[in-house]
Design a protein around this ligand. Structure first.
Ligand SMILES: Nc1ncnc2c1ncn2[C@@H]1O[C@H](COP(=O)(O)OP(=O)(O)OP(=O)(O)O)[C@@H](O)[C@H]1O
Ligand SMILES: [Mg+2]
Length: 251
């Protein structure tokens, strides 16, 4: 479904990614963890072509983005839904228009039909109907996060990228979001890449875990593997120790 090989990204002279490889298959949920500022969000954005890559290959549903026609590229990228870490909502559009944006402007769907889908997706993320006609500025941070999630799901993507889907949500809403991710992946057979610092959420949603450190994926394994690994970087992260190789590198 998605294959990334040897991805290198350099931004403003700083090498962010140094050769990342990853694969996601149908119905598989990959969770990426790693310290703040290591390039997790940049990794997802570079797969989508939102930040330029220096080197490497991205293949989405068999289409190599560097050797694709404009139509093939559009087809490949429209398979992907993305929940951005900061929401990235359009301030001047109402909530339902934000959720329906890709349906109306990307797929050319009739606005009435798109509005129905927007309402349905909003309900799935526990957003009340009354919020549909408000603007993002009048929503709380957690509500905006859920609007971003509803938008990512609205176009029925085959692969979804969730960048910190539960950050800033209360524990109950976090569980609603975790369930939604699991249901989407298992029942709709989509592939998912989730970035999270929330280890409780990781335990609920991950089939496979990848640990990003210094621009590379230095460890991959299962959730059980995460609990049992002796890799010192992963151990320090999971056990939240203030002393260890991750903090040595920072100092
Ligand atoms: N558009 C950009 N231009 C220049 N540098 C950028 C850009 N976006 C991100 N960076 C830099 O890339 C590095 C990685 O950022 P990124 O947002 O991917 O971190 P992250 O792993 O997602 O962290 P967090 O867990 O805090 O969200 C940071 O040093 C950041 O300053
Ligand atoms: Mg990030």
């Amino acid at each position: 479904m998605l294959s990334v090989r040897n991805l290198h990204v350099n931004l403003n002279g700083k090498q962010i990614l140094h050769g990342v490889d990853l694969d996601v298959t149908d119905g598989e949920s990959l969770v990426i963890v790693g310290c703040s500022g290591t390039g997790k969000s940049v990794l997802l954005k570079s797969i989508l072509g939102l930040v330029p890559k220096q080197r490497g290959t991205v293949i989405i549903q068999g289409i190599d983005l560097d050797h694709a026609t404009k139509d093939e590229r559009h087809k490949a990228l429209s398979c992907i839904g993305m929940l951005f870490q900061g929401g990235a909502l359009f301030d001047s559009l109402t909530i339902w228009e934000n959720v329906a944006f890709g349906l109306i402007y990307g797929q050319g769907m009739d606005p009435g039909a798109a509005q129905e889908i927007a309402f349905e997706k909003m309900q799935q993320v526990d957003l009340e109907r009354r919020t549909a006609f408000l603007y993002p500025a009048s929503l709380s941070g957690g509500m905006r996060k859920r609007v971003g999630l509803a938008r990512a799901l609205a176009s029925q993507p085959k692969i979804i990228f969730f960048d910190e889907p539960t950050t800033g949500l209360d524990p109950i809403t976090s569980n609603i979001v975790n369930d939604l991710i699991v249901r989407s992946v298992k029942y709709s057979e989509i592939g998912a890449i989730t970035i999270t610092h929330d280890l409780g959420s990781l335990r609920q949603i991950a089939d496979k875990v990848a640990f990003l450190c210094n621009g590379k994926i230095i460890w991959t394994g299962s959730v059980e593997g995460l609990d049992n690994t002796e890799n010192p970087y992963v151990r320090q992260f999971v056990d939240a120790k203030t002393v260890g190789p991750l903090t040595d590198k920072r100092n």
